[in-house]
Structure formats: C-alpha cells, structure tokens
Write a protein that binds this ligand. Structure first.
Ligand SMILES: Cc1cc2nc3c(=O)[nH]c(=O)nc-3n(C[C@H](O)[C@H](O)[C@H](O)COP(=O)(O)O)c2cc1C
Length: 352
C-alpha cells in the first residue's frame, strides 16, 4: 500500500510537471468575464493593497498555493520550497492528501512545513472517502501533526473512477462532512479536484453546515486526464478508454463560482485553471474570496526553482494591480462590484 501510494504521488508530480494533462476542449470560462474599462480610475496605483482576509488572517494577496503533494522525499522538497514561498509572500499554502501519513506515520515529516511557514495559513488535506472510514479524533490528529489552520476535505469521484485501483464507493459523503464540521475545532474546506462544485452540491454542503469551499473547477488540470495517462502507461486499456471519454468532464471554474457564490458560504476559493492575475481578478469579480494555483506553480518550480515561482507570482500581482487600476477598484474584495459583461456560454452555465 505504502509503495503504491508513493509511486502514485511520484507519477502525479512527473505528469503534472511535464505531461499534457490540461483540459482539451473545455476552458475555465473566465475569459467570458469582460471588465468595463474605467478611463477615470481615481486610484493611486502605488497605494493599492492586495490584502485579503482568510480564516481571520490577513494574506498579502488573495492567493493560495493549492494542495499538491506529500508522502515522498521529492514531495517533501516541493512542499518545503512552496510553503517557504507562501510564507515569504503572505499567501496560503495547501498540503496534498495526507492519506500517505495515515498508512505510514513515518512519512509525517514530508508534510510538515511549519518550520518554513511559521505564520501563514497551512491547509491540511484528506479525501472524503478516507475520512468516512476514520474516527474524527484521527483526522484531528492528522491536522494537528502538520499545524494546519484549516482542513481541506477533497472530493474526486471522476478521478477515482478512472484510477485503476481507485475508490468506487462514494456513499455517506455528506454525512462524513457534517460530522467533521460539527466535531473538528478547525475550519473545514470542502474542495473539488478539477471538476467543480454545482449549485446542488453547494446547497447540500451548506445545509450540512459547511462554511468554506474550494470550487476547483474545470479548465486547468484534468485529473481524469492524469489518471488516464497513468492507466495507459500500465496497459489498463479499459480505464484509459473511460478516461479518454471523460477527460473534459466537469463544471468550468467560472461557472462553478457563479453556481456556488449565491449559497452563502463565508469563503469561496477558486482553484482550477487560474493562470495569471487577470484570472484571479475575474474569479474575485464572480464572488471568490481568493484564487488557488496548483500545476502552474509546480511547473514554474520544476523549470527554475524558487526564483521562477517568485517571478511567476510577481507577474500575477502586477496583473491583478493593473486590473484594479483599470476598473477603478480600491481592493481585491471590491472587484465583486466592478462593472463587467458576461459572455453567453458563462451566462448559460450560470442559470443551468
Ligand atoms: C501534482 C498535483 C497533485 C495534487 N494533489 C492533490 C491532493 O492531494 N489533494 C487535493 O485536494 N488536490 C490535489 N490536487 C488538485 C489541485 O489542488 C487543484 O484543485 C487542481 O489541480 C486544479 O488546479 P490547477 O488547474 O491550478 O492545477 C493536485 C494537483 C496537482 C497539480
């Protein structure tokens, strides 16, 4: 089991660093959010702050480095580097699934980043299917062992169905989430993994007491795609055929934000195909609190280490500030009031 999980984590990093695992036909639809230009902005660009409140803490920008890894020596190297960057830049940092730690407690150190991220928000991570079969105190210990500020409970049925040895029994998800929300003392974020949350799921979650979600919508990394490639590599023709068909399954990130943002959550993180500061601004305009980046950050890291990740985020912040100026908006959170035109495809998803 341990060796299998380690191999899977290694495959995921390798495929996401260099493989063709993006959505093929479907986009995030963020490109259908057109801000109205403000020729009289009345904003001093040098005075603009990107400060954003998340879980009672002030981030220096509305940015999360989203859940990716843990459980191997290489994963530890990635976690420490990216968590250190999150700390230096005042962003939140998400750990990958802590399942490996459950199976092999000696792998705990590959998730422990508090040494380099003493103050910033660190998000723990566990799948709802694993959480279902564990008593709450074990999950509380998982979160405590990494000094988590909040715990992401991830949902990934599409990916599991394509994964040759994936989970097939998705019952009791809502009950599990309600139990964790009621019994854990830290905030619970319910997070998809690239297929998005619908209005229906958002309503169910809200009814179970969930206050925080990460839509992780479609248009960026296709996790069906990642598992399809793994299935093909090991010669599992049936799994890879299924994956080819469902490669683009899911709700575009922009549509998912629109679908969940009227539900009344305290926090909506928008992950899934966020590639630059323009995407961040568009996500915030639709109702997100902050935006999350996964694969683009990993790719920058593998291209040229910490320096490339800093360059990437310098550009993201520059782009976000430019949008604030050009829309005459004083702060990231005020972007939700910025005048915009919504394109026809996104409008159709919003009402669907
Ligand atoms: C290498 C890698 C590993 C990931 N592992 C996890 C994970 O363990 N748990 C999780 O909730 N999401 C995981 N994700 C999903 C991301 O957090 C994110 O929701 C998804 O990749 C969409 O964002 P992107 O388009 O910016 O990559 C992973 C993503 C990457 C790139």
């Amino acid at each position: 089991m341990t060796a299998k999980i380690a191999q899977r984590k290694q495959d995921h990093l390798a495929l996401c660093a260099t493989g063709e695992v993006g959505f093929r036909e479907k986009s995030t639809l963020l490109e259908e959010v057109h801000f109205l230009h403000n020729a009289l902005p009345e904003v001093d660009a040098s005075q603009l702050s990107l400060d954003t409140l998340l879980f009672g803490q002030t981030l220096r920008a509305p940015i999360v480095i989203a859940a990716m890894t843990g459980g191997t020596v290489e994963a530890k190297r990635v976690n420490l580097a990216l968590a250190g960057i999150a700390e230096a830049r005042g962003y939140a940092f998400g750990l990958g699934s802590q399942r490996a730690m459950l199976v092999s407690p000696e792998l705990k150190h590959t998730f422990q980043v508090r040494g380099v991220a003493k103050t910033t928000i660190v998000l723990g991570n566990i799948g709802v299917v694993q959480a279902r079969d564990l008593p709450t105190h074990v999950i509380a210990e998982l979160a405590e062992a990494v000094g988590a500020t909040a715990l992401c409970v991830h949902l990934n049925p599409a990916m599991e169905l394509v994964q040759p040895d994936g989970d097939r029994d998705f019952r009791c998800g809502a009950d599990t989430i309600e139990r964790l929300v009621n019994e854990l003392t830290l905030p619970v974020i319910v997070k998809e993994t690239g297929c998005g949350l619908s209005r229906h799921v958002a309503t169910v979650l809200h009814g179970r007491g969930v206050k925080h979600v990460d839509v992780s919508g479609s248009g960026g990394t296709s996790w069906v795609g990642v598992e399809t490639k793994r299935a093909a590599d090991i010669g599992d023709a049936e799994a890879s055929a299924l994956g080819e068909l469902f490669w683009d399954w899911g709700i575009p990130t922009a549509a998912s934000i629109l679908q969940v943002s009227s539900t009344g959550f305290d926090t909506v993180i928008a992950t899934g195909g966020i590639t630059n500061g323009y995407d961040v601004a568009r996500a915030l305009a639709l109702g997100a609190t902050a935006a999350g980046f996964a694969r683009p950050v990993l790719q920058a890291f593998y291209e040229n280490g910490d320096a490339a990740v800093h360059r990437f985020f310098d550009a993201v912040e520059r782009q976000l500030r430019a949008i604030l100026v050009l829309t005459g908006t004083q702060s990231p959170s005020a972007l939700k009031h910025a005048p915009r035109i919504i394109g026809p495809h996104l409008a159709a998803w919003a009402t669907g």
